[in-house]
Design a protein around this ligand. Structure first.
Ligand code: GDP
Ligand code: CA
Length: 332
């Protein structure tokens, strides 16, 4: 049997975790026993924030919970069976954000993480610790150990002035209804990739871009100096998966984010945003849905190899099939 491929996935939260589960499933279906030795996930930390004295890492937690099988698949986020007693108590105190739900089990996670950060462990080390509780079958790395949370600049309709919001406030409180002007990660220019990120990309046999939000999930990862160059330099094929199916986002508000940066909500336009590695961009191949098969010539015209395949991840089997399609697209 040929040695199993070393896979790196760049991922955000919900879409990222579904896809990561799929890649892990595909490796397992190929008979790989120790998937954690083969699969590294570089996770967006732009969504992270401090709230009531604790550090939240929404995308990291989404992936940890999903890989551990303890995520709430009905709600789409958080822990299954969670309660909100502590969160209600915080509201009674007038602490935190009244519109931001904090589950009790989730708070346990945040307390553990914050305690370790306060003891001096880096975010990378904290995530490594968090990976010991459940057999995740993957190695998780934050994109950087620096705090470079995503800021959304919006135009206030009332006064026409621009103001900055933390990504979580824009996304959760305002449900992305305030028209964004731009997304930034203040301080990212001075950030460096977390230890292991560049090595993993350099040593990979395939790098996969999950169908995560291209602007606020994959975008911050690519904004960390060095990561884009590493993707362009690796000898591994870089394969992306469209989160846009039939001209629509599967869930979430990626269309609002794309509009803000002047990109159409189309699988081909997102391929254009990432660009072809043959040119100045990142992608060798791009997986698009059957509903978007007519866009294949447009993707091809960008210098990116299009592959038409089912992109809906509705259960473990469809996710694993997509993971396998992405590996096969890279020829590994
Ligand atoms: P978040 O960080 O929790 O917002 O999640 P991500 O950024 O990782 O993923 C959100 C993106 O995943 C959305 O833009 C969706 O269109 C995409 N997505 C969610 N489910 C699916 C699916 O089943 N198939 C595909 N192709 N994309 C999906
Ligand atoms: Ca996210």
């Amino acid at each position: 049997m040929p040695s199993p491929p070393r896979v790196v996935v760049l991922a955000g939260g919900v879409g990222g975790s579904k896809f990561t589960l799929g890649v892990r499933g595909a490796l397992a279906a190929r008979g790989v026993a120790d998937t954690a030795a083969q699969l590294t996930v570089v996770v967006n930390t732009g969504d992270d924030l401090w709230l009531s004295g604790v550090r939240l890492q929404p995308d990291v937690d989404s992936i940890v919970y999903a890989l551990a099988g303890v995520n709430d698949t009905v709600r789409g986020w958080g822990r299954t069976g969670d309660t909100e007693r502590a969160g209600h108590e915080l509201q009674e105190w007038g602490a935190g954000w009244p519109w931001f739900t904090l589950g009790d089990l989730d708070l346990g996670t945040h307390l553990a993480r914050t305690g370790w950060l306060r003891e001096g462990f880096s975010p990378t080390e904290v995530i490594e610790r968090m990976s010991h509780r459940w057999p995740l079958g993957a190695r998780l790395l934050p994109m950087t150990d620096a705090e470079v949370d995503t800021t959304v600049t919006v135009r206030d309709a009332a006064c026409g002035q621009q103001r900055d919001l933390h990504f979580q406030e824009w996304w959760t409180r305002h449900r992305a209804t305030l028209e964004p002007v731009r997304f930034t990660n203040p301080g990212v220019e001075a950030a460096v990739p977390a230890p292991g990120v560049l090595d993993a990309i350099a040593a990979a046999d395939v790098v996969l871009l999950a169908p995560s939000n291209p602007v606020v999930s994959i975008g911050p990862i690519l904004a960390v100096p060095g990561i884009r160059d590493a993707l362009r330099a690796t000898r591994a094929p870089v394969v992306g998966v469209s989160g846009i199916i039939g001209g629509q986002v599967v869930r979430g508000m990626a269309d609002v984010c794309l509009r803000a940066i002047g990109v159409e909500t189309s699988a081909a336009a997102v391929a254009g945003l990432y660009g072809a590695r043959a040119g100045a961009g990142l992608l060798d191949a791009w997986l698009i849905a059957e509903e978007d098969a007519h866009l294949a010539p447009e993707v091809d015209g960008l210098g990116i190899r299009p592959l038409v395949t089912p992109l809906w991840m509705t259960d473990a089997a469809t996710s694993a099939a997509l993971g396998e399609a992405a590996l096969a697209a890279a020829g590994v």
